[in-house]
Design a protein around this ligand. Structure first.
Ligand SMILES: Cc1ncc(COP(=O)(O)O)c(C=O)c1O
Length: 461
């Protein structure tokens, strides 16, 4: 985080630059516009997931080559989006391509276990220090099943999450994220707000949100729940928040959460869908040295194939093993997915790879910090492992409240357009961060810093 003084960025200048960049991007993506006209006739909004929507049209891609992607207009970009942080391996990594090529002719689906599934479970157990594993096909499935296991184990229904955290698209966790600042509620009594229509109030009321980085507030809320005879089954959280840019845990916070949850018999779930295999070989669990009762993985696990996993202590997983909780799914442990995951773990995301990713990320973060200092921008660069972002904010973000109160939304939107027009494919969305891959090198991160430096200079011109 930079400590120097900052200047006020003129709003008119931001608006003027944004209008100019939007016009340029529209011009450069005419084929995407045409694809959108075709797509939206049959594909709702022209996309497969609402997170792929973009106004005036989405950018449609053709291919990925290592650290780059190419769109339907033939524009080639350095890929910092990386499939919402799924492609730490880079696109079409030879080890993954070979694994898929060798596996496909042997059959792609049986709904029975192949040896790769056993090998992946063994490796994850070693990395995360958790004894038992099950597989699913996405992050949402992983958090959905993890919560059910925690409920089955404890016989309790209430769950606790962090306000502003995203854990997937099932009802229990589509609560208290992305809401207007005024509706958050009192810090000690944060509201349980359904995220969009279609979520039964009866379900969202079972989900209680607490602020990140505030163990005392978590403890107070848990004690109130105990008083109301609503003891929570679990606390589900990211050890480092990855849905408000990047928000790191304050020193001691995770240890306190571990102590509070243990004391009250609450299952602690680290949702490592974003952090796991992206910030260290053993995810945030290894990185911060705090052992949860369960972890959920997805994204980077499958090397681009739809994969998810749940890891837990033998005690927690006993309710699955004795048949009292059903953890099921036709495609769980799909042979093609598991072959890709095994190749990734054994050949690509090795301990050495994380040393390289960390060094590259430090170069990128350092470069961005230098630009911020030089131009006295209100913001800072923050990251961990392969992930990071520039947060445009006059104050440090520690939780949802400080994010909503301080994030400079127009500047964040301008930065995305600016990057796209300079060959930097960034994650869309104001809450997102970059993800580097093992196939990125100095040329890619220096291109990012260069684009950022040009934007900073333009803002001050
Ligand atoms: C922390 C976290 N958990 C769960 C999910 C859901 O994963 P999926 O989109 O694979 O269902 C996401 C997706 O972004 C996530 O960031």
């Amino acid at each position: 985080m930079t400590a120097g003084s900052t200047v006020r960025i003129e709003r008119e200048r931001v608006e003027e630059l944004t209008a100019g960049e939007l016009a340029v991007l529209n011009e450069r993506t005419r084929a995407s516009a045409q694809m959108y006209e075709r797509a939206r006739r049959t594909l709702s909004g022209g996309v497969a997931s609402s997170y792929q929507l973009r106004d005036p049209w989405p950018i449609y891609l053709v291919s990925g080559e290592g650290p780059t992607v190419t769109d339907v207009d033939g524009n080639r970009y350095w890929d910092f989006h990386n499939g919402f942080g799924s492609m730490v391996q880079g696109h079409a990594h030879p080890a993954i391509v070979t694994a898929l090529r060798e596996r496909a002719p042997l059959g792609t689906h049986f709904a029975a276990v192949t040896e790769d599934t056993v090998a992946v479970a063994e490796e994850l157990a070693r990395r995360f220090g958790l004894e038992r594993w099950r597989f699913v096909n996405s992050g949402s499935e992983a958090t959905m099943d993890a919560i059910r296991i925690a409920r089955g184990l404890t016989g309790r229904e209430t769950i606790v999450k962090i306000f502003g955290s995203y854990h997937g698209h099932h009802d229990a966790v589509m609560v208290s994220i992305g809401v207007p600042y005024e509706s958050i509620g009192d810090r000690d009594d944060l509201a349980s707000l359904p995220y969009g229509a279609g979520i039964p109030r009866a379900v969202s009321d079972l989900t209680i949100a607490v602020p990140f980085n505030d163990a005392a507030a978590m403890e107070r809320r848990i004690e109130r729940l105990l008083h109301e005879d609503r003891a929570p089954a679990c606390v589900i959280m990211e050890a480092a928040m990855m849905n408000l840019g990047v928000v790191l845990p304050e020193p001691g916070y995770l240890e306190q959460v571990r102590e509070i949850t243990s004391r009250h018999g609450i299952v602690l779930i680290f949702d490592e869908v974003k952090t796991g295999l992206a910030v260290a070989a053993g995810g945030a669990t290894e990185r911060f040295g705090v052992r949860p009762d369960m972890v959920t993985l997805a994204k980077t696990l499958g090397g681009g194939l739809p994969a998810g996993a749940i890891g837990a202590s033998a005690e927690v997983m006993s309710v699955v093993e004795d048949g009292s909780v059903y953890q099921v799914g036709t495609y769980n442990g799909n042979p093609l997915t598991m072959a890709a995951a095994r190749a990734s773990l054994e050949q690509v995301l090795t301990p050495d790879a994380y040393v390289r990713l960390e060094a590259l990320n430090q170069r990128l973060l350092g470069g961005c910090e230098e630009v911020i200092d030089r131009h006295q921008l209100p913001g800072y660069a923050v990251g961990i492992g392969s992930k990071g972002c520039v947060t445009f904010s006059p104050a440090r973000i520690v939780d949802y409240e400080s994010f909503k109160a301080n994030q400079d939304v127009p500047l964040t939107d301008l930065a995305w357009l600016w990057n796209m027009n300079r060959g930097i494919y960034m994650t869309p969305g104001r809450e997102e961060e970059w993800t580097l891959s093992v196939m990125h090198g100095e040329e890619a991160v220096d291109a990012y810093v260069q684009a950022f430096a040009e934007m900073a200079a333009a803002l001050r011109a």
